[in-house]
Design a protein around this ligand. Structure first.
Ligand code: WT7
Length: 513
């Protein structure tokens, strides 16, 4: 389509920064059709983070939207892209084309604001409106023939050194695995209506909003918005309205919705539901029971799916109707997957026990490399325990052989299902004008699962107080994104340093070491 006319060809990277609109899905599929590698960045990341990712994959074409409403908040997506493109230009890299979906005109904000015309500043020669070019593009486009091992897309995930990792997935294996897991894990049958609430910016959105359902010709709901707007029963209203059969969401959303009165769920007819999925973090038994009883009326199977950006699709999961459920257990491996628990010295733990969760055999959608950094791929995932893929998570095996994922065993934390590294946040603190030093750790949080607890040492006359706290929080929002904002920042007059007197940022190497 239009990308092709802009010179995009097989193997080129296309950066995508989109809200949950149809054009996001169309862009990914258009890239796949012409063999371009899409690199979609969640539209909650800051311009700094986006710029870093554009530079890393050298995407000459960017696709975005002018903006989107998230509840009552306006997200100025094109503005963030402009900032990111300025930052890239400062580093000597120029994005050549920026395609902008004119989205705000199509929607009315909660406050009744309706943008009648396009209000986004456009840069002549670089920026073009989707609506101006797509209708003119030919409706037929011969697909680019791809080898099974040719790249399909890349997606960045946090690394414990702070620098994001461009996880690369390939055409044949990924698609096969996305299609198969979708079919069996959700027990999707023709004419069922399926809904995954994840944003397309995460791997869940790639595999289970776009590729898995579409490869099965599934009818799905694509939802732009939050679970809380216009009311806290938005999810249940939609399930009722479209008679959703399979519903897939994250424990953090379940915990947030559990807080409200039961009536918000009970007043809707949820009898269409057959399978309820959970993904992104361990689901605590209370949330599991609430989901099972109130949403599923004790009639639905709950599939607690464990997987990662790197695994491409579900690797541990119960199968609906087939696996007797235990609240909070990701249960058993999917077909062909071989999980192993190892102790610190790399010895295999047989039977009951707890250890590092690794896999002893690859499966079709295991990532093939980290974009432009195969060494890091090897050291991060395959060095600590030679011969195994190391997930970075710990797990327990119970007497019945069920696996229970216990959480990360590296310097990563999972805030509302968003994986981030403590180092990523710390390195931001260390570059403040106040010359502060920071150390972050993770604290359990009743809704988000985990949250950031930071210790800050100030120098250079900076006074620890409200003003500084606000500025530090703002800084993390700008450098990484709003979802990374620390919950607690505590004054720490001194922080430990390494023997060489370094701030530990420079000393840490890779995950899983
Ligand atoms: C990390 C991967 C997989 C899509 C969303 C996150 C945690 C994921 C579960 C689960 C316990 C889980 C792990 C994993 N995680 N699903 N069902 N039970 N933990 O993708 O951003 O690559 O994060 O999420 O810690 O390593 P991601």
């Amino acid at each position: 389509m239009c990308s092709k006319s802009r010179g995009v060809k097989k193997g080129d990277r296309v950066a995508v920064y989109m809200p949950m609109v149809l054009e996001a899905v169309i862009t990914l599929l258009a890239c796949a059709r012409i063999g371009a590698i899409h690199s979609l960045v969640f539209a909650g990341f800051s311009s700094d983070s986006f710029a870093e990712r554009i530079l890393d994959c050298e995407a000459r074409v960017l696709v975005t939207a002018d903006g989107a409403w998230r509840g009552e908040k306006l997200l100025q997506l094109k503005y963030i892209c402009d900032q990111a493109m300025i930052k890239c230009a400062q580093k000597g890299f120029n994005v050549e084309t920026c395609v902008v979906v004119s989205h705000l005109k199509r929607v009315t904000s909660p406050q009744g604001i309706h943008y009648k015309s396009n209000q986004t500043p456009m840069t002549e020669g670089r920026d073009v409106y989707w609506q101006d070019i797509v209708p003119q593009a030919s409706t037929s486009c011969y697909p680019e023939w791809m080898e099974a091992e040719d790249p399909l897309f890349m997606l960045y995930t946090s690394g414990s050194t702070g620098k994001p990792k461009g996880v690369l997935h390939t055409t044949g294996g990924y698609l096969l695995y996305a299609a198969t897991t979708f079919k069996y894990v959700f027990d999707y049958k023709p004419n069922d209506v399926y809904w995954c609430t994840a944003d397309v910016g995460w791997i869940t959105g790639h595999t289970y909003v776009v590729y898995g359902p579409l490869a099965n010709a599934a009818t799905s709901v694509l939802y732009e918005g939050t679970p809380f707007y216009p009311d806290n029963d938005r999810f249940w209203t939609i399930v009722d309205k479209y008679k959703v059969n399979q519903f897939y969401t994250a424990p953090t959303a379940i915990r947030a919705l559990m807080k409200f009165e039961d009536d918000l769920v009970k007043k809707h007819d949820l009898s269409s539901l057959k399978v309820l999925g959970s993904v992104g973090e361990p689901i605590n038994p209370e949330a599991w029971m609430w989901y099972y009883k109130l949403v599923g009326h004790e009639k639905c199977s709950i599939v607690d799916t464990f997987w990662q950006t790197e695994t491409g699709g579900h690797v541990l999961t119960p199968l609906p109707g087939a696996t007797p459920m235990k609240p909070g257990a990701a249960a058993f491996p999917f077909f062909g997957v071989q999980p192993v628990l190892l102790d610190e010295s790399g010895r295999e733990i047989k039977g009951e026990g707890e250890g590092y969760l690794v896999f002893s055999r690859p499966w079709p959608s295991l990532m093939r490399t980290l974009y432009n950094n195969h060494d890091r791929y090897e050291t991060t995932y395959f060095t600590k325990f030679p011969g195994y893929y190391c997930t970075g998570d710990g797990a327990k095996r119970d007497a019945d052989g069920y696996l229970w994922v216990t959480g990360r065993v590296d310097d990563m934390l999972n805030v509302s299902g968003h994986l981030m590294s403590t180092t990523e946040v710390e390195s931001g603190f260390n570059r403040t004008p106040f010359n502060s030093r920071g150390c972050c750790c993770c604290q359990t949080h009743p809704i988000k699962g985990e949250c950031l607890y930071c210790f800050i040492t100030t120098t250079d006359h900076a006074v620890f107080g409200e003003k500084l706290l606000k500025e530090l929080k703002q800084l993390v929002r700008e450098r990484i994104g709003p979802f990374a904002q620390p919950d607690v920042i505590q004054n720490a007059p001194a922080l430990p340093k390494t023997r060489s007197g370094k701030n530990h940022e420079e000393d840490i190497e890779e995950d899983c070491r």
